[in-house]
Design a protein around this ligand. Structure first.
Ligand SMILES: Cc1ncc(C[n+]2csc(CCOP(=O)(O)OP(=O)(O)O)c2C)c(N)n1
Ligand SMILES: [Mg+2]
Length: 554
């Protein structure tokens, strides 16, 4: 068989159903033969960032590696920002890029570039396939590397001449290395001794829990200790958003916010994440001087990265939490249990109070026009079922969303990771391909939506009935909040905001753009029209966009 066929047979052996991409001439030999294999569907994306972003969401939702095709230098260049995001978010992708034949490689002709030099900083591993005979082996290695913690994107460039080589090679599914690793008994006993004496324990957790399937164990662990749970770099349902000890996310921007949450903790237990993921972390004076830190993760780069851990282990979150719970159950006295219950009650009460107060605040402006984000989210909550998968790139509206929609199970909710814009629309498309029989809604700002707009075309082309909701506040509102923070007064602008934080001249008309891409659009300006418009969108059975004009005031 020819190498091009071997390559595709390897992908099929690995269970690949979709190849997300945008093609060029250097990929045409591969794409030509791909049409003979209906097992793999090519998902045409009109921009490379869309292909990477859709694949990322698909991989997160299926918990499997996803596959992307990029065009050589120019296509790869376009994808770099999104690859950076995928690397930071530790999502396993395998990227195949075509390039010109090796015999003219050094002619330095049009579109020539050292592709590996371009992508090295934004991938976990990258290499060039040199012969047709090694193509399938390199795919297998790419899959293995992408799916070994820390997961990440792997990039393979495939020179065109390799593809037509005759090869005699074996095709076998790639090896998946099991990382279901237990800590030692000694580690568990020592950790439990440290946890038992804690008066103010705090549990910081992230997406490593969802990957490991550790939700139930994490909740049980927190209940046994009576400790608050905060999500740090947590963008999935790692624990139920309705759990009384889940106190929310540490936040994306400022280290001062995280410090408030941990400054009184005597023991900080970190699992499946790193601290602290905010854009502007504090370097010092985050914890009290006598704090004890325990860190559990499979990713040793992230473990104890910035702060010394008193105890750290490379181990599976689910298994570790399970044995910690067992040992706690075994050694906890009645006194320990009573104290843990008291703490749980305190946090349950605190959480309830905060939510009720926020809802009471929302009540005061619930009918006002322009529409408040809270009104939109309250109405949207009525259309969400346990089956619905939500992608959230709503930025300043995310807090409102999570006040009214509180997912309880893994797979119900995915948030943008690592601060890049433009993932909301392709994220919804990726989720729908992963969950074809479930309702999918994606919700994003006018800023994020304008970066991800090309993915609407893909939704229309493959008739994917996703509900796309734009929180259109005609501005980059979060940048204004951050500037307020810099000015030092959280409520009063010191002077007018820079004009580049407004997207109001003109206000983007997402309905017209959507229509041009084959997606039906509805604009909503009246609070009273939200429900009936959402009703149409959710029952249409076709991709549909709802452009909600929201209050832009701070
Ligand atoms: C690719 C990319 N470009 C630019 C930015 C900088 N940036 C961060 S937030 C933001 C504005 C977000 O606006 P929008 O999506 O409308 O949400 P809002 O703040 O209005 O809720 C920008 C431009 C970014 N994070 N990613
Ligand atoms: Mg906005």
């Amino acid at each position: 068989m020819k190498a091009k066929e071997a390559l595709i047979r390897q992908l099929i052996a690995d269970g690949v159903k979709y190849l997300f991409g945008n093609p060029g001439t250097s990929e045409e030999i591969f794409n030509d033969v791909l049409t003979d294999f209906p097992e793999i569907k090519y998902i045409l994306c009109l921009h490379e960032t869309m292909a990477v972003s859709m694949a990322e969401a698909y991989s997160r939702a299926t918990q499997k590696p996803a596959f992307v095709q990029l065009h050589c230098s120019v296509g790869t260049g376009n994808a770099i920002g999104m690859l950076y995001q995928v690397k930071r978010s530790r999502t396993p992708l395998v990227i195949l890029a075509g390039e010109g034949p090796l015999d003219v490689y050094n002619m330095d002709a049009q579109m020539a570039a050292d592709l590996q030099d371009m992508v090295a900083p934004v991938t976990k591993w990258c290499t060039q396939i040199r012969t047709g005979a090694e193509a399938a082996r390199m795919i297998r290695r790419a899959v293995k590397v992408a799916t070994t913690p820390p997961y990440g994107p792997v990039y393979l460039s495939v020179p065109m001449n390799c593809l037509d080589e005759e090869v005699d090679i074996e095709i076998r599914p790639s090896t998946k290395i099991s990382t279901r690793i237990y800590p030692t008994k000694e580690f568990i006993q020592e950790a439990v001794s440290m946890l038992l004496v804690a008066e103010n324990p705090v549990f910081l957790m992230g997406d490593g829990l969802a990957v490991s399937g550790a939700k139930a164990e994490a909740e049980r662990f927190a209940e046994l200790l009576g400790c608050p749970i905060y999500g740090a770099d947590s963008s999935e349902v790692n624990v139920s958003f309705q759990h009384p000890l889940f106190m929310g996310l540490t936040g994306h921007m400022f280290g001062t916010a995280s410090r408030e949450l941990v400054k009184d903790a005597d023991v900080v237990f970190i699992c499946g994440t790193y601290i602290f993921p905010e854009v502007f972390p504090l370097a010092d004076n985050v914890f009290r001087p006598d704090v004890k830190i325990i860190h559990v993760d499979l990713d040793t780069w992230e473990t104890a990265k910035n702060f010394v851990a008193d105890m750290a282990v490379m181990a599976d979150p689910k298994l570790t939490l399970a044995v910690l719970c067992e040992e706690l159950e075994r050694v906890m006295t009645d006194q320990h249990r009573t104290r843990a219950k008291e703490r749980t009650e305190k946090f349950r009460h605190q959480g309830l109070e905060a939510r009720n107060q926020a809802i009471a605040r929302d009540d005061q402006t619930i009918d006002s026009k322009p529409i408040k984000p809270a009104r939109l989210m309250r109405e949207l909550a009525g259309f969400i079922t346990p089956e619905t998968a939500i992608y959230d790139e709503a930025i300043t509206c995310s807090e409102d969303l999570l006040r009214y929609i509180r997912p309880t199970e893994v797979g119900q909710y995915f948030q943008v990771r690592e601060g890049i814009l433009g993932v909301g629309i392709p994220g919804g498309v990726g989720l729908k391909l992963a969950y074809p029989y479930r309702p999918v809604v994606t919700i994003f700002g006018d800023g994020g939506g304008s970066f991800g707009i090309h993915a609407l075309y893909t939704a229309a082309r493959y008739d994917l009935p996703v509900v796309f909701i734009v929180c259109n506040n005609a501005s980059y509102k979060i940048l204004k909040y951050n500037l307020l923070n810099y000015w030092g007064d959280p409520s009063t602008p010191a002077r007018p905001f820079p004009d580049n934080m407004e997207v109001n001249n003109p206000i983007l008309d997402f309905c017209k753009i959507a229509e041009g891409m084959g997606v039906t659009g509805f604009r909503v300006e009246e609070p009273s029209k939200i429900a009936e418009t959402l009703q149409k969108a959710f029952t249409m059975g076709k991709p549909c966009l709802v452009d909600v004009l929201l209050d832009s005031s701070l």
